[in-house]
Ligand binder design. Structure first.
Ligand code: GRF
Length: 187
């Protein structure tokens, strides 16, 4: 199988990045992580790029037209697919349009519920019975594209933001690779 050259965009911890790096070592996994882009120069996730010798790029999204630099880099590394993993910035339209149906995101709620930030806090406040994560295609609206996979767990009365985060992350580590396998199964 020819693996799709993939770029992972991060801003923080990078535990989903780490998980994808491990999964992509499997010959039958459809993607290879060829590039990491971080919007935050102190993101812990950059250490995984360093440790596993994956080229990485730090970007400053405050600089006007920074997206052209990003597009240039993506071209240089022949990137065919993009995974957002804890990327906290809006992806510019120019990048989304170039990667239509080739850019996906993982979100820590059962979309369309709780788009945006503070999902755990809002789920608790709303007394949700269940929560989980969603992998979806990225379009020009926030957390809005076609859904690829959702994974669900049921809340317990003693759950708090910390436990919800832990449970969600655990589900994410199976949801993100499964979504990627699903996408490429029939391509
Ligand atoms: C994940 O919960 C993901 O759903 C959200 O940001 C978090 C990133 O975690 N978009 P990590 O940086 O992969 O550890």
């Amino acid at each position: 199988m020819v693996k799709k050259k993939t770029c992972v965009f991060i801003s923080g911890q990078g535990s989903n990045l780490k998980n994808l790096i491990f999964r992509s070592r499997d010959n039958s996994f459809p993607i290879k992580i060829s590039l990491v882009i971080s919007s935050n120069r102190t993101a812990k996730g950059i250490n995984y790029a360093k440790k596993y010798k994956i080229p990485f790029m730090l970007i400053n999204t405050k600089i006007r037209n920074y997206e052209f630099k990003v597009l240039k880099k993506l071209k240089k590394f022949q990137i065919e697919f993009i995974c957002l993993a804890g990327y906290m910035k809006i992806v510019p339209d120019k990048i989304i349009n170039k990667f239509k149906k080739k850019i996906i995101n993982i979100h820590p709620s059962l979309l369309p519920k709780f788009k945006g930030l503070n999902t755990f806090q809002r789920a608790l406040k709303n007394k949700e019975r269940k929560s989980g994560c969603t992998v979806h295609y990225v379009n020009n609206k926030l957390d809005d594209g076609i859904i690829i996979i959702k994974k669900v767990f049921f809340l317990k009365s003693k759950d708090n933001e910390i436990t919800l985060k832990q449970k969600t992350h655990k589900l994410e580590y199976s949801a993100y690779p499964e979504a990627i396998i699903k996408i490429f199964r029939y391509r």
